[in-house]
Ligand binder design. Structure first.
Ligand code: ADP
Ligand code: MG
Length: 343
């Protein structure tokens, strides 16, 4: 099966102009001409460095993530999906901090100059950067194994960034969206499952995560702690617990699964373990003091994103997960190695 979700449509520029070979021409053709303006960008791509103003009442929130072919995405992933995911996972970090996207840089390492690949990659990158209104202001282009490093910056009002360290005993724990779809996407990719609507949905979840930017900003008003789920719900919630010096109790049957995931998992052939902790969800996991929970209904509506209470913060330092019968679930082996095992 082909992993590519997008057919690689030819780029119109391929036919018009001769193939550029220098680094400068590549930057010019695929990146600087695509960069969009923003009032804070005094100088973008083209000089030795970008010049950017930061509004006086804001703090800068900065993060960087590298995606390496064969490690962070299967090598057959389409250029369009790679570009989307590379920026989306970084935007997800901004969302987790409650930040508004401001600008990003791109360090691209390419094994060869493949114009078709570059055209599709830069089209997709321009698409997501315009959706989330985050302009590209600079970068670096080198030859080497395929890797994409994106640095993002965002703004938060002074002192308002959402941290991992603020969870308090009694807070309710929520997640956005559904958990596990991206992990199932990777599973069906590895199984080379035949395509149908459900499989397409799962692959879309794997390749096109939707960073919860609007939700993150709204949560600065109510959440005591927040993290984005990149490594797995239990693993990432544990970071909140450690940073906040608290424990948590979760109801496993409250953890939201999509209808597709439920259908998929009810099939005897697909009895997977570790579905809740596989990562790549890029949903937000956050804590809210009980008295502020009523505000979440408005936030849920505003951000058009389902929010589900999955448990509460307790004393101690443990993460305990209970099944529907109230029995403690052993999550100590809920990790990557065990995920794909059939039981
Ligand atoms: P230098 O040698 O000074 O690092 P470069 O030739 O690497 O300059 O880069 C020239 C300009 O192009 C800089 O403004 C840089 O930020 C930008 N640039 C280089 N590669 C990329 C890229 N992949 N995406 C966006 N901008 C880039
Ligand atoms: Mg450079």
């Amino acid at each position: 099966m082909k992993a590519n979700l997008q057919s690689l449509k030819p780029h119109r520029k391929d036919k018009e102009t001769p193939v550029p070979d220098s680094e400068f021409e590549i930057i010019n053709r695929y990146f600087s001409s695509r960069a969009s303006d923003s009032e804070n960008i005094i100088l973008g791509i083209g000089d030795d460095a970008a010049v950017i103003s930061t509004p006086a009442d804001k703090q800068l929130v900065v993060s960087v993530d590298t995606l390496i072919s064969g490690v962070h995405f299967p090598s057959q992933t389409s250029a369009a999906d790679i570009a989307w995911k590379a920026l989306a996972v970084n935007l997800s970090d901004l969302a987790a901090m409650g930040a508004t996207p401001a600008w990003f840089t791109l360090a691209l390492s390419l094994p060869e100059v493949d114009h078709h690949w570059l055209a599709v990659f830069s089209d997709s990158l321009a698409e997501i950067s315009s959706i989330y209104r985050i302009p590209l202001v600079g970068g670096d282009t080198t030859r080497g194994a395929l890797s994409i490093t994106i640095q993002v910056a965002g703004h938060v009002p002074v002192g308002r960034a959402l941290l991992r360290s603020g969870a308090k005993v009694g807070d309710q724990i929520f997640v956005s969206g559904n958990i596990g779809d991206a992990a199932l996407g990777l599973y069906v990719l590895q199984q080379q499952s035949e395509r149908n609507e459900d499989i397409d949905y799962l692959l879309e979840c794997l390749n096109r995560p939707q960073p919860r930017i609007d939700l993150g900003q709204a949560l600065t008003e109510v959440a005591s702690a927040c993290i984005d789920i990149s490594d797995g719900l239990f693993a990432d919630l544990s970071h909140i617990l450690k940073a906040s010096g608290v424990g948590a109790q979760l109801q496993q049957d409250h953890i939201p699964l999509s209808e597709v995931a439920k259908r998929f998992l009810s099939d005897k052939e697909n009895r997977l373990t570790g579905i809740y902790n596989r990562g790549d969800d890029y949903e937000l996991c956050f804590c809210v003091p009980a008295e502020k929970c009523s505000q979440l209904y408005a936030i849920e509506k505003l951000s058009a994103c389902k929010l589900t209470c999955i448990g509460k913060i307790v004393t101690g330092n443990e993460l305990q997960v209970f099944d529907a019968q109230g029995k403690l679930v052993d999550i100590s082996h809920d990790n990557y190695d065990h995920f794909a095992e059939k039981i």
